[in-house]
Design a protein around this ligand. Structure first.
Ligand SMILES: [Zn+2]
Length: 539
C-alpha cells in the first residue's frame, strides 16, 4: 500500500522525514511539482523567487497531534499581462493561503464548530488532538460559504426570540424536507415579502398568527395559499380553556354529601359548590382572602398599574415599555376581568381552604367540631385565610352531626385544563370520573369540553368546512374566553380553515425553534445572527 492511499491530501508533496516527539508527529515535506499556477491568472510558472517553511496542523494520527513542516516556494508570474509579480505556491487539497490548518483539518474543525459551537467546540478539539481555539472556530464558521437551499414549495414560517422578549427573528423551514432554508433578522412583513419575491415558487405558506407574516406572504407571494398553523390555534384554545376553568373554578372541589338538614342552598356563603353555586361565582369569590405573600402583593400592584394605563387608552407596547414588563404579561393583566382571576392563576388554587379540607374533615369526624380551635390548628399548618371561612365551611354539617367525607383535595386548575384538553380515552378512569363530576356540576365547563372535542375532531380529521358551524355553536354559549378565541379566528378565517383542511402544519418548525434555543445557549449569548444563521442551516 502506498502512503498516498492513507493520506491522499499529502499526494502533492514529497515526504522527507517523519519523527515523533511526545504527543506530536512531525512530518517534513516539500512540494513535489516543479511548476505551480499563479492564483491571479492561472499561468503555469517555474521561475523560483525564494523558498520558505510553513507549519501546518493536520488531523491526528493514532491520537497524536500532527505538524507538517512544509517547504514551499515563492515564484515569479511569467505572464507579462498579469498584475501579480510574485506568488506563493499552494498544494491542492492540503494548503490554503495564510491558513495554519490543512484542508482536512479545517473541514474537521468547521464540523466541530458548526455542531458544538465556540467554547464547547474548543474543548472537543483538545479531545481529538486537533489544535483549535474558540476564535479559530468562530472564524471557520464565518468562512463556511452561505448555504443556499432550494426554494421550498411548502414554506413554514415562525418567530423566535434572539434575546428573551426583546428581539425576534424568523426561521423559514421547508415543510416537505423538514429542513431549515433561511433565518431572517426580524419578524416584519416587509422582510418576509422581500424574501418571497427573491425566492419565487412557494405554493403554500404555513404560519402562526395573522398580522405581519400574513401581510408579508400576501404581498411577497400573492399566489400562495396561506395556512394558519392548527397547533398554534390549539395552543390559543388551551389558553381560552384555562381562562374558562378559572372563571368557573367554584365547581372544581367535590361538595360534601348534601343532607336534608344542610342544604347548601339554605346556607348562604357556603364554600361548597353545586351547579347553582357555580352559576354565581360572586357568592364564593369574596369569601376568598388571598394571603399577602410577595407574589400576591406584586400581582395586585401590577394589575392596578396596567388597568390604569389601559384606562388612559395606552397600547400594550407602550405599557410594556413604561412598566418594563413583558408584552405577554401586560396583555394578560390587561385582559383579566378581575384581580381574583389573576390570583387564582398565579397561586393555582381554588380557595385557600382547599389544601386543609381533608385535615378538617378528619378532625371534625373525630369529634373536634369547634371551628375556632380548628382554625388555630390549620393556621399553625400555614393556612392564611380567615376564621369565618372555616366556620362557614363547617356550618352545614353541624346540626346533623353526619360524618364529613374525607374527600380528596380539589384538583388544581392546571389539572382540570389538561383533562378537558385530553382525549377522553387517554384519561385514566379516576381522572375521567372526577372530570365527569365537575362537568355535571358546571354546565359551562361541560359546554366548553364539548367544543374542545369538536375542535379536536376538525384538527385530526381535517374537516375545516365545519368551522362556521363550530363558531356558531360556541357563540351561542356564555363562554367569554372562547368568544375571544372565535374573534381571533374570524380575523384570519380563510387561513384557519386551510389549517384545518390541508395536511400541512408547522410542527417541524417547532423542533427547529427548540434547536435554535440550544444553539443560542451554546454560543450566541449576544446572538450574532450571521453566525446563528450559518449554524442553523448547516446540517
Ligand atoms: Zn499571474
Amino acid at each position: 500500500m502506498e502512503l498516498a492511499d492513507l493520506f491522499p491530501h499529502l499526494a502533492g508533496v514529497r515526504i522527507e522525514s517523519v519523527f515523533t516527539d511526545g504527543d506530536w508527529v512531525h512530518i517534513h515535506a516539500a512540494a513535489a511539482d516543479t511548476q505551480a499556477c499563479c492564483p491571479a491568472c492561472g499561468h503555469t510558472c517555474r521561475r523560483v523567487h525564494s523558498r520558505y517553511q510553513r507549519r501546518i496542523h493536520d488531523p491526528a494520527i493514532g491520537g497524536r497531534r500532527v505538524m507538517i513542516h512544509l517547504r514551499v516556494r515563492r515564484l515569479f508570474c511569467q505572464n507579462v499581462e498579469c498584475g501579480r509579480k510574485i506568488f506563493s505556491e499552494q498544494i491542492l487539497g492540503l494548503t490554503l493561503r495564510h491558513a495554519r490548518h490543512s484542508v482536512p483539518a479545517r473541514q474537521g474543525l468547521a464540523a466541530i464548530a458548526l455542531t458544538a459551537g465556540g467554547r464547547p467546540g474548543a474543548g472537543l478539539c483538545g479531545v481529538v488532538a486537533l489544535p483549535g481555539g474558540r476564535m479559530t472556530l468562530l472564524r471557520l464558521i464565518r468562512d463556511v460559504p452561505h448555504p443556499q437551499p432550494a426554494t421550498p414549495q411548502v414554506l413554514g414560517v415562525d418567530d423566535f426570540a434572539l434575546r428573551r422578549g426583546h428581539v425576534y427573528a424568523t426561521i423559514l423551514i421547508d415543510l416537505d424536507t423538514h429542513r431549515p432554508v433561511d433565518v431572517l433578522p426580524d419578524r416584519e412583513a416587509d422582510t418576509l415579502a422581500e424574501w418571497l419575491r427573491a425566492h419565487p415558487g412557494v405554493r403554500i405558506v404555513c404560519r402562526d398568527r395573522a398580522g405581519a407574516y400574513a401581510e408579508g406572504a400576501r404581498t411577497g407571494a400573492p399566489q400562495a395559499i396561506q395556512v394558519a398553523d392548527r397547533f398554534h390555534r390549539w395552543r390559543n384554545l388551551a389558553e381560552a380553556i384555562e381562562a374558562t376553568v378559572i372563571r368557573h373554578r367554584a365547581a372544581l372541589p367535590e361538595p360534601p354529601p348534601i343532607t336534608d338538614a344542610a342544604d347548601p342552598l339554605t346556607a348562604p356563603g357556603s364554600v361548597t359548590a353545586s351547579a347553582e353555586a357555580e352559576q354565581d361565582t360572586v357568592c364564593v369569590v369574596p369569601a376568598l382572602q388571598h394571603p399577602e405573600t410577595r407574589i400576591v402583593v406584586r400581582t395586585r400592584e401590577r394589575y392596578a398599574a396596567v388597568q390604569q394605563l389601559v384606562g388612559q387608552g395606552r397600547s400594550i407596547s407602550a405599557i410594556s415599555r413604561t412598566l418594563r414588563l413583558d408584552r405577554h404579561t401586560v396583555r394578560r393583566f390587561a385582559r383579566a376581568t378581575d384581580l381574583d382571576e389573576l390570583l387564582a392563576k398565579t397561586t393555582n388554587r381554588i380557595t385557600l381552604l382547599d389544601p386543609y379540607q381533608p385535615y378538617l374533615n378528619q378532625r371534625f369526624n373525630d369529634g373536634h367540631t369547634d371551628a375556632a380551635a380548628l382554625y388555630r390548628e390549620i393556621r399553625a399548618q400555614g393556612y392564611r385565610g380567615s376564621p369565618q371561612t372555616v366556620r362557614r365551611y363547617l356550618q352545614p354539617f353541624r346540626p346533623t352531626g353526619t360524618e364529613l367525607p374525607v374527600a380528596p383535595a380539589a384538583p388544581k386548575i392546571r389539572e382540570v385544563v389538561r383533562w378537558i384538553l385530553t382525549k377522553p380515552d387517554n384519561l385514566d378512569p379516576d381522572q375521567r370520573q372526577r372530570l365527569d363530576r365537575i362537568l355535571a356540576r358546571s354546565p359551562h365547563l361541560a359546554a366548553a369540553t364539548r367544543h374542545v372535542a369538536a375542535f379536536a375532531e376538525m384538527m385530526t380529521k381535517l374537516t375545516g368546512h365545519r368551522l362556521p358551524e363550530w363558531i356558531a355553536a360556541v357563540t351561542a354559549d356564555d363562554l367569554p374566553a372562547l368568544h375571544s378565541f372565535v374573534i381571533g379566528i374570524q380575523r384570519d378565517l380563510a387561513a384557519v380553515t386551510n389549517g384545518l383542511t390541508l395536511p400541512h402544519s408547522s410542527g417541524p418548525v417547532e423542533g427547529h425553534v427548540n434547536r435554535i434555543k440550544m444553539l443560542k445557549r451554546q454560543m450566541f449569548g449576544r446572538a450574532n445572527l450571521d453566525l446563528l444563521r450559518r449554524r442553523v442551516l448547516a446540517r
